[in-house]
Ligand binder design. Structure first.
Ligand SMILES: NC(=O)c1ccc[n+]([C@@H]2O[C@H](COP(=O)([O-])OP(=O)(O)OC[C@H]3O[C@@H](n4cnc5c(N)ncnc54)[C@H](O)[C@@H]3O)[C@@H](O)[C@H]2O)c1
Length: 348
């Protein structure tokens, strides 16, 4: 891209995330060249107001010299093929979270990024949420180790793909990745042991009856970190449809207690009293895209999550799923070793 030129972007996947990406890219000064979706009417509805082209095939836009970035906003099982095709065509990629459903896909995405020399980032946009910094600062004031508890509950998701183990992977992959990636920065070091019990509360619910491979939708997860901190997540997407969603975090350390009503309020109680923070309502997706635009255009400090962040979060999700299946504690190294064996077997 020549200095000073407008950055050209193609968005693939014209659903909720695709609409956000397209609008924000245009708003930060890039040019949305096209929106692509297998449902061309959806692509057209987003592209039209932006004056962009639309289509059902990404291929022609990958050969377009005026396209510098591809935003991948399809269901998760399609992140790898679109991301790899874009990287191989010499385009930078912002891929929605989670990176992928399998380590093989995530590693292939990383390998394609390395081979292409292009940037591959994962949309862990919470790090641009206004609550993110006060939460980290307050947790930094309660000492170590930290005992963390997060509750995330919602009714059966209106998008059925979110319950499909072969599409978006269910909440352990799709939702908990946000918490896993936050905890990697809050607690020093990789998770040492993951233990979980899980269920599919939606098994008897008619809304998801048509899905052959329903993902686990409810679990109690315990993760032990190298710095002695312990985190527990109580998660369910299997409650009755339409029930009010809740996300609440509680962090207790030797010097205080932080309560987070994500993403609106963060409260610290410590020896100095009560310190409260509440949201200014900034849109984290817009901040993330504005920042990535500055990174690519001006060489700004790298803040948008990397594929390595995506791989780490996925490793933790896979350890949780294995722990549920085998009813035992699982280490991340174990998951990595097994993946290496599978890769070796495929090569042979
Ligand atoms: N950052 C976040 O907090 C956040 C929030 C929601 C979703 N997501 C992630 O974003 C991704 C998309 O989620 P969404 O809620 O926008 O989904 P969505 O169902 O609203 O949109 C997905 C779009 O992809 C299109 N699509 C499917 N297969 C395609 C193909 N082969 N070629 C082209 N288009 C295809 C669908 O037609 C649909 O329009 C998922 O990976 C999800 O996990 C991230």
């Amino acid at each position: 891209m020549t200095p000073g030129a407008t950055m050209g972007v193609v968005v693939v996947g014209a659903g909720d995330m695709g609409a956000r990406h397209a609008t924000h890219w245009q708003a930060v000064g890039a040019c949305v060249v096209a929106v692509v979706d297998r449902d061309v009417e959806r692509a057209s509805a987003i592209a039209g107001p932006l004056g962009a082209a639309h289509g059902g095939d990404l291929g022609p836009y990958l050969r377009h010299e005026g396209v510098h970035v591809v935003s991948v906003c399809t269901p998760t099982h399609l992140h790898a093929p679109f991301t790899i095709a874009a990287l191989e065509a010499g385009k930078h990629v912002l891929c929605e979270k989670p990176a992928a459903l399998t380590l093989a896909d995530a590693h292939a995405m990383r390998a394609a990024a390395v081979a292409s020399g292009c940037e591959l980032r994962i949309g862990f946009m919470r790090r641009f949420d206004p609550a993110y910094e006060p939460m980290g600062t307050f947790i930094g004031r309660i000492g170590r180790p930290v005992l963390a508890q997060v509750t995330i509950t919602a009714g059966v998701r209106p998008k059925r793909l979110m319950h499909d183990a072969l599409a978006n992977g269910g909440p352990i992959i799709d939702m908990c990745c946000h918490v896993f990636t936050q905890w990697r920065t809050l607690f020093d070091g990789r998770p040492e042991l993951v233990s979980a019990r899980g269920y599919t509360f939606s098994d008897n619910k008619p809304e998801v009856a048509a899905i052959d491979q329903r993902a686990l939708d409810s679990a109690l997860v315990t993760i032990e970190y190298a710095d002695g901190s312990v985190g527990q997540i109580q998660v369910s997407w299997g409650l009755p449809a339409g029930i009010e969603a809740v996300e609440r975090h509680s962090y207790v350390g030797p010097d205080g207690h932080v309560v987070v009503d994500w993403p609106k309020r963060v409260t610290l109680r410590d020896a100095s009293g009560v310190t409260r923070w509440s949201s200014s309502g900034v849109d984290p997706w817009r901040e993330e895209i504005a920042w990535f635009h500055r990174e690519l255009r001006d060489g700004a400090e790298r803040r948008v999550a990397t594929i390595d962040d995506g791989v780490e979060a996925l490793l933790t999700s896979l350890a949780v799923l294995r722990s549920v299946r085998e009813r035992r504690g699982v280490t991340l190294d174990e998951i990595l070793r097994e993946d290496a064996r599978e890769v070796e077997a495929t090569i042979r």
